[in-house]
Ligand binder design. Structure first.
Ligand code: FE
Length: 214
């Protein structure tokens, strides 16, 4: 039997903003990897890519907060925390939809339905990622809107490729083959895409691109 790599997308995932604070600097990133691992005590795990500044901040401070993204979240929240790097900009600049929790870390107060504050107990090195196992120190419900799953984000929050194409210049593109980023909808307007291409918006590799005809 042939292995179908798409099977892994059938696992259901939630979406979360993970926030950290180090020496007064706030930062955060978006992940789909938060799960509860034990209930006595309440413990969660989160796997975070080492290329995220938030990862290093958690490694050094041993603290993070999880804001659970709900179905009323806007695409702007994903752009702000998911598509840019905290080492280049301050993701909280000009942003007002947050509060500071008891642990001194920000949590997102709009487009989210709960937040969880956590203290790291163990770091497990997984090569590209670190798996943090953490004890919950505080948590609150923020709204009764359902949580956004990864699937919901793809179907209902992320702009569809038609929109992305419409936003492009008025260049004649009908019938042309282009490459679409399946994560954020970015369109690379060429027939062929370089093997080492990285999406300029969401930084995903070409394995997340699909060739489409428009
Ligand atoms: Fe992308």
């Amino acid at each position: 039997m042939r292995m179908d790599n798409k099977a892994i997308n059938k696992i259901s995932y939630g979406l979360f903003v993970i926030t950290a604070n180090e020496n007064g600097k706030d930062n955060g990133c978006i992940v789909n990897t938060v799960i509860q691992v034990t209930s006595q005590p309440d413990r969660i795990s989160v796997a975070i890519n080492k290329s995220n500044l938030t990862h290093d901040m958690i490694l050094r401070t041993g603290k993070f907060s999880v804001s659970v993204i709900s179905q009323d979240a806007e695409f702007d929240l994903f752009k702000r925390f998911g598509f840019q790097s905290g080492s280049e900009i301050n993701k909280f600049d000009g942003f007002t939809d947050y509060e500071r929790g008891q642990n001194g870390l920000n949590y997102i107060s709009k487009g989210t339905n709960a937040f969880i504050e956590a203290k790291v107990e163990q770091n497990i090195d997984l090569g590209t990622h670190t798996l943090f196992i953490a004890e919950i120190t505080d948590m609150e419900i923020l709204s009764e809107v359902s949580s956004a799953t990864y699937e919901y984000y793809h179907n209902s929050i992320k702009p569809h490729s038609e929109n992305s194409i419409a936003l492009k210049s008025d260049k004649k593109t009908e019938g042309k083959s282009v490459w679409k980023c399946n994560i954020c909808g970015y369109i690379y307007e060429e027939e062929e895409i370089p093997m080492d291409f990285v999406c300029p918006i969401c930084k995903h590799p070409i394995s997340d691109f699909e060739k489409i005809t428009i």
